[in-house]
Design a protein around this ligand. Structure first.
Ligand code: ARG
Length: 455
């Protein structure tokens, strides 16, 4: 009989019972459930609601169950509806009446909310570690390649040369913002619903400040109805995961492009590549593609929970049982993807010569040639037009700006002198962008130091 079976004469069939159960996904928060129960029992005994012997038996029994679950020795019974029932039933079978007193002044509604909040905090902590590690790798890759010049793009067309390290650090800052979002999600989860009971609080003299302290929450939630029905913090977590996955998908897209023979900017290590079952020559960037692809399911997780919570009347509704799988999936997916990306970036080979050669093509010096004229007195808009015509001329001839003679340049403007040659070197062009946050070598070195300081 279910733990709530007292008022029932009939039962549900096996399929219906399975449909209503959440045991499988709940197993992910078994340790959190036990932490919550130990805190509840400790507080009940301190308040004189249960005896100290009962508390001791409960704590010992739960600790044993926690160890068994951790070791994979705990026998789960599929007839238990959820993790709360499974653990309470097992505890009571083992320690008798003390176990049956554990649920005094508590409902599964505040219990599950407590468990999920503890789980959400743990997930955020793990993700923050993974985020930190990936940012550390990005900073290392930037440092190892400080002077490597690559084409910078807008519209995926050559724009201006940039440093490869600058490009890597752009992702560093995206991930730094992701960490801020994860911290915010953690803060949102960090409030204690325990003591709200089913929806209205209880008649027992519970000390909610005490369980708040025992469980390491920041404060007790001030409204019991809100406490049992709020899942906003899971949305915050999923949103944080979704944005971070979006960032990873952008980086993956570049890795896929860069490892193609058309680009050849990087060579992925064999340990992060796969072959083809039919084409012997293939070396595919599968793991970058897979990470890019997994972004979709994390977006889906966020949308699913938003939809589940929509229009729910207060307070607890069984719909909320559906709220756990998505955040777990989102967090595990992001965690795995960050770990894969860290390994992939750390082991890839940067083909600096290919990048530099490409950086000099596509008229990426055009802005600097226009600036050259503007700095010698020509209004910038006019200089833009002069260089635009030179580019057009070069395109017709199939050459680059660097192939024009000084005479040809002087036909376009007599402001051109010998020193224009220096304006056409991609490394020099990048170096000259000395503004704070720009791609100049000194600016990027300073940026790297600033990035390191956040780690
Ligand atoms: N398995 C439920 C869940 O995950 C626990 C809370 C059930 N409460 C209830 N009144 N049915 O949401």
């Amino acid at each position: 009989m279910a733990l709530w079976g007292g008022r029932f004469e009939g039962g549900v069939d096996a399929f219906t019972q399975e449909f209503g159960a959440s045991l499988e996904v709940d197993k992910n928060m078994a340790q959190q459930d036990i932490r919550g129960s130990i805190a509840h029992a400790t507080m009940l005994a301190e308040q004189g609601v249960i005896s100290d012997e009962d508390r001791a038996a409960i704590v010992e029994g739960l600790t044993q169950i926690a160890t068994q679950i951790e070791a994979g020795d705990f026998v789960w019974d599929i007839n238990d509806e959820d993790v709360h029932m499974a653990i309470e039933r097992t505890l009571t079978e083992r320690i008798g009446v003390a176990g049956a007193r554990l649920h005094t002044g508590r409902s599964r509604n505040d219990q599950v909310a407590t468990d999920i909040r503890l789980l959400a905090k743990d997930l955020c902590d793990e993700l923050l570690e993974g985020n930190h590690e990936l940012r550390r790798v990005l900073a290392n890759v930037a440092e190892r390649n400080l002077d490597v010049v690559m084409p910078g793009y807008t519209h995926l067309q050559h724009a201006q040369p940039v440093l490869f390290s600058h490009h890597m650090l752009a992702y560093f800052w995206m991930l730094t913002r992701d960490a801020t979002r994860l911290e915010a999600a953690r803060a949102a989860a960090n409030a204690n619903p325990l003591g709200s009971a089913a929806l209205a609080g209880t008649t027992y003299p519970l000390n909610r400040e005490r369980t708040t302290e025992l469980l390491g929450f920041d404060h007790a939630i001030p409204n019991s109805l809100d406490a049992v029905s709020d899942r906003d913090y899971l949305l915050d977590l999923e949103y944080a995961c979704a944005v971070s996955m979006m960032h990873l998908s952008r980086l993956c897209e570049e890795i896929v492009l860069w490892s193609s023979s058309e680009f050849g900017f990087i060579t992925l290590s064999d340990s992060y590549s796969t072959g083809s079952s039919i084409m012997p020559q293939k070396k595919n960037p599968d793991f970058a593609e897979l990470t890019r692809g997994k972004c979709g399911r994390v977006y889906g997780d966020l949308m699913a929970l938003l939809t589940t919570c929509k229009s729910l009347p207060l307070a607890y509704n069984k719909d909320l049982q559906e709220c756990k799988e998505g955040p777990l999936d989102a967090a595990h997916t992001l965690g795995d993807c960050m770990a894969i990306m860290a390994g992939m970036l750390d082991t890839m080979k940067v083909n600096d010569d290919v990048m530099l050669a490409q950086a000099g093509t596509g008229f990426s010096a055009a802005t600097d040639v226009a600036d050259y004229l503007a700095k010698r007195g020509m209004p910038f808009r006019e200089a833009h037009a002069v260089v635009g015509h030179l580019v057009l001329e070069c395109e017709k001839r199939g050459c680059g700006l660097e192939d024009l003679t000084l005479e040809e340049l002087r036909q376009a403007s007599d402001l051109f002198e010998e020193d224009i040659v220096g304006e056409l070197d991609p490394a020099g062009i990048a170096r000259a962008r000395t503004t704070y946050g720009g791609t100049g070598n000194d600016a990027v070195a300073a940026q790297l130091a600033e990035a390191r300081a956040t780690l």
